[in-house]
Write a protein that binds this ligand. Structure first.
Ligand code: UGA
Length: 453
């Protein structure tokens, strides 16, 4: 099949590349010439394991190409994926300007039947808005061209995006019950047929329910995390171990084990933005989603849990102290610093007068840029942060080691060497990477999240 993907951000690139890898011909369109030039040179603007190689293979095989030519993009694919950004506006709602502009471009240039697929995370009702714009543009040109708008939300996780795309739990398709909608559905089913050979993974529903499903999924996951973080804070007070509790409740199949890890709060580009956007949608319909609003405020507080534990130990003046910090990206296997808890931890420690020696396996450049932004009004604080090439360089003469992101490289370090290098053998572990008993045996004072330590 011939597919156009509008937007070469995270979701667009992964979608386009994976669809090409399945044997389709894919043209990815972006208005940013620098990004397209980079992709044409075989480089990739984001870090995602396996993506670069997959892009290169599919470009070489002639199945994947990139362009800034919007009209060529519209002409190319019978299916037009819209996969552009929907950042949070100041009031917490999703900013739809890029989605609506992409729809306008399609309406302006289309001459025959198009399936317009909303892949971006968009508020409930956006499908109708996109259809309205397409109708308007087509009418203005006085041509007859039919279309259907399909909602096909994406559930991939950064760092595991290719595997998530290629082995989906479910494929949600929202379409109207009209002849065009049914025609679109048949094409979408053909496109996704390779994933449905052994199990039918497609869930067909109306457009609004599909749009809602995406937000409901992220809101549910964020709720689990905030709930566990609150329980972890209580576990600290009562002297229980949240990790034992997680295993105890996770064995109930109604609860399950995953997404129950207490930590320094959720970050990234999706949960924070989608939780806010769904709460905003509810408010604009006269309903307050009380649980979800609590999920957000619990998360905001949880992001400072590590700094709080540091202050409990040393007081709020940290002049003369040096902290090693492992893990800057909001989670492992990505270089994404959006809403990363490390930013708040570094800001709190630096403002209290501490020096920070930070390490991350891939996000160091992005972290530098993110901190320059965070400290724009107080650039002197940047001087307190040093980025080091090796985790061991961070711990040398450090008063404590602070772990913020659970990269694999930090899971089994040489504790003997770490202890010998540090001023004091003390670990604040924001991701509960180690067992408190093992750490005690290794001679460390160990402060986890909800480990009763
Ligand atoms: C999330 C969803 O998991 C995807 O299904 C969805 O497609 C995506 O958002 C999106 O809307 O595009 P992502 O943000 O890439 O994916 O990352 P996650 O692995 O879900 O982690 C999100 C945050 O939750 C991270 O900060 C992570 O550290 C935190 N987390 C996750 C916890 O604190 N505890 C857990 O048990 C799990």
């Amino acid at each position: 099949m011939q597919i156009t993907v509008v937007g070469t951000g995270y979701v667009g690139l992964v979608t386009g590349t994976c669809l090409a890898d399945l044997g389709n011909r894919v043209l990815c369109v972006d208005v940013d010439p620098a990004k397209i030039a980079l992709l044409e040179r075989g480089e990739v603007p984001i870090y995602e394991p396996g993506l670069k190689e997959l892009i290169q293979d599919n470009v070489a095989a002639g199945r994947l190409a990139f362009t800034t030519d919007v009209a060529a993009g519209v002409a190319f694919g019978e299916i037009q994926f819209i996969a552009v950004g929907t950042p949070a506006a100041a009031d917490g709602s999703a900013d739809l300007s890029q989605v609506l502009q992409a729809a306008r471009n399609i309406g302006r240039h289309m001459t025959d039947f198009k399936v317009v697929v909303n892949k971006s995370t968009v508020p409930i009702g956006t499908g109708e808005q996109v259809a309205g714009i397409l109708r308007e543009e087509i009418a203005q040109r006085g041509v007859t061209a039919s279309f259907a708008v399909v909602s096909n939300p994406e559930f991939l996780k950064e760092g595991a995006a290719i595997a998530d795309f290629m082995r989906p739990d479910r494929i949600v398709l929202g379409a109207d019950d009209t002849p065009e909608g049914q025609r679109a559905l048949a094409l979408m089913r053909r496109l996704y047929a390779p994933f449905n050979r052994h199990h039918e993974r497609t869930r067909v529903m109306d457009v609004k329910s599909a749009e809602f499903t995406k937000y409901a999924a992220n809101a549910m996951l964020a709720t689990r995390i905030s709930f566990m973080n609150e329980l972890a804070n209580l576990a600290d007070r009562v002297g229980a171990d949240i990790e034992s509790v997680r295993q105890g409740i996770g064995s109930d199949p109604r609860i399950g084990y995953s997404f129950l890890y207490a930590g320094t709060g959720y970050g990234g580009s999706c949960f924070p933005k989608d939780v806010q956007a769904l709460a905003h949608t509810a408010r604009s319909h006269g309903q307050k989603l009380r649980v979800l609003e609590a999920v957000e405020s619990v998360n905001d507080e949880q992001k400072s849990v590590i700094a709080r534990k540091v202050f409990e130990r040393y007081g709020e003046r940290l002049e003369g102290r040096t902290f090693a910090l492992w893990g800057l990206a909001f989670k492992p296997n990505t270089d994404d610093m959006r809403e990363a808890p490390s930013r708040g931890v570094i800001a709190a420690l630096a403002r209290a007068g501490a020096r920070i020696r930070a390490h991350d396996p891939v996000a160091m450049e992005q972290a530098r840029a993110a901190l320059a932004e965070d400290f724009r009004a107080e650039p002197a604080l940047l001087q307190r942060v040093e980025f080091v090439r090796h985790p061991m360089d961070a711990v040398k003469d450090a008063d404590a080691l602070v772990i913020v992101t659970e990269w694999k490289a930090y899971r089994s370090p040489n504790f003997g060497l770490i202890k010998a290098a540090m001023r004091e053998p003390l670990i604040f572990d924001g991701r509960n990477l180690y067992e408190p008993q093992d750490m005690q045996q290794a001679g460390f004072t160990y402060v986890g999240i909800g480990r009763g330590t």
